[in-house]
Design a protein around this ligand. Structure first.
Ligand SMILES: Cc1cc2nc3c(=O)[nH]c(=O)nc-3n(C[C@H](O)[C@H](O)[C@H](O)COP(=O)(O)OP(=O)(O)OC[C@H]3O[C@@H](n4cnc5c(N)ncnc54)[C@H](O)[C@@H]3O)c2cc1C
Length: 433
């Protein structure tokens, strides 16, 4: 196995030891250098699953299905199973994940620990809302089964708890039913940010999945122009198309990032001009939910220096002004992002003490790592986010200052008593100084 790292390759830290958990009953070895950090499948753009001083507990081999109730759509599985493995089993049986991030290569444990969200947050909330139970194993050898209605707040501490409350052994999820593996997807072009807000307001209540891509290089009147995608699981169909997956692998690390001002401009213009289909069409769930998964190791296009993801959420009353200010700042610095994704979160309060999703608008961006110039830009974006009462997503952060974390995760002090004394992470050491 290659060295465990985060998806964006920053920071580059090496653990003292790495231990493969093969089975959910395996004890955590006492002799491992502490602190312990759980590593799922490294799909966070962040150091939440990394350690420099301690040991990684690797969960990918702890990946068995335990129980499935095909009538009620309830599944219990090891925490190291990936969403791809789950989908392979549940989709042919007419079930789907209630909430999925934009990659199916995340593990169920990683999704729980980051309380991930998907394109349907406004309809179904985040991952934690669909967890019926999980088993938490502490470093002292004790185990507890946690459920949402427990008196003790272990459930709330572990959902979105960044892997700090202990090792999650298994998870029980409530699935949603589907007719077939296809989606019905409508796409619309919008000319500016104003048009996005109007479109979102009119479409969101009818479509369970919504998301927009925006051209973050566009300035002036075209600021925030983009493509809006609204989807739902397809109803019964008499004749379904055949789906052929097309996968490609990024074969090497280019010496320099392939994402630069020229490629960004070309990509953004082409993407904006793509053919749209406002009346809707059938799209297989794989390219709809996981377009980036079609290019294996796509993170390599940024070269060895890696890249920063920046995902913020801004409360509703400030969302329009702050989103516009964020985009102006990015365009001014000419450090546009390949993938700029805009989406509104719904009102459903997250269940986790440290969960990121909260009512408001979330903007996610990727920036090639240009050293200090990128860090300076991100610090400017931080100031806008903080001023607007927003927060950054820990799963997509490799540099937020401790003060920003504390200001935007107000329950962090209530959370700390639940941290397992043997567990920590590079992220936690950085933000809890
Ligand atoms: C292409 C792409 C698209 C993405 N889209 C989205 C999106 O739409 N929405 C979203 O919310 N996120 C998104 N993400 C982020 C990703 O879904 C999360 O970071 C997810 O948590 C990664 O899971 P993982 O299994 O790789 O966990 P890792 O990244 O390995 O670990 C994540 C955290 O989970 C903890 N952890 C993992 N397993 C366990 C366990 N068994 N017990 C205790 N703690 C554990 C780790 O300690 C760490 O704190 C995306 C990532 C990629 C690469």
């Amino acid at each position: 196995m290659s060295k465990p790292c985060s998806w964006n390759r920053i920071p580059d830290v090496t653990p003292k030891a790495a231990y493969h958990l093969m089975h959910r009953l395996d004890p955590i070895p006492e002799e491992l250098p502490r602190p312990l950090t759980v590593y799922g499948n490294g799909r966070s753009y962040s150091d939440v699953g990394l350690t420099k001083e301690g040991s990684l507990l690797l969960t990918r081999d702890m990946n068995r299905l335990i129980e499935f109730d095909g009538y009620q759509g309830i599944i219990r599985c090891d925490a190291g199973i990936t969403l791809a493995q789950l989908l392979e089993f549940i989709v042919p049986k007419g079930w789907f994940l209630p909430v999925t991030p934009g990659t199916r290569f995340a593990t169920v444990g990683g999704c729980l620990a980051n309380d991930v969200h998907g394109k349907n947050h406004h309809a179904l909330g985040s991952f934690g809302h669909h967890v019926r139970a999980f088993e938490l194993c502490r470093s002292d050898g004790s185990h507890r089964v946690c459920r949402p209605d427990d008196q003790e707040p272990w459930f709330a501490a572990t959902i979105g708890g960044l892997g700090l409350t202990g090792l999650i052994r298994w998870v029980e999820l409530q699935l949603i039913s589907i007719e077939n593996p296809w989606m019905w997807v409508a796409s619309h072009r919008f000319d500016d940010l104003e048009a996005f807000w109007a479109m979102n307001a009119s479409l969101e209540s009818d479509w369970p999945y919504t998301v927009a891509w925006i051209d973050c290089l566009a300035k002036g009147q075209a600021q925030g122009r983009g493509i809006y995608l609204a989807g739902r699981h397809a109803g019964p169909q008499s004749d379904l198309p055949r789906y052929r997956s097309r996968n490609w692998e990024m074969p090497f690390d280019p010496p320099l990032s392939l994402v630069n001002s020229l490629s960004l401009k070309a990509f953004n213009q082409l993407y904006y001009k793509q053919k749209v289909c406002p009346s809707g069409k059938l799209v297989h769930h794989a390219p709809y939910f996981y377009p980036l998964d079609a290019i294996g190791q796509w993170n390599r296009i940024y070269g060895k220096k890696g890249f920063y993801q920046y995902q913020c959420v801004i409360p509703p009353h400030n969302a329009q002004a702050a989103t516009s200010e964020l985009l102006s700042t990015i365009a001014k610095r000419k450090q546009g992002s390949f993938l700029a994704v805009l989406k509104t979160f719904g009102e459903k309060p997250s269940l986790g003490l440290l969960s990121f999703p909260r009512p408001g608008t979330t903007l996610a961006l990727d920036f090639p790592n240009k050293g200090q110039a990128t860090l300076d830009l991100l610090a400017d974006l931080d100031a806008i986010v903080l001023d607007a009462g927003g927060a950054l997503y820990p799963a997509k952060d490799a540099r937020m200052p401790a003060a920003m974390f504390r200001a935007s995760f107000s329950d962090w002090e209530a959370f700390t008593p639940f941290i397992d004394p043997a567990f920590s992470s590079h992220f936690w050491q950085r933000v809890s100084l």
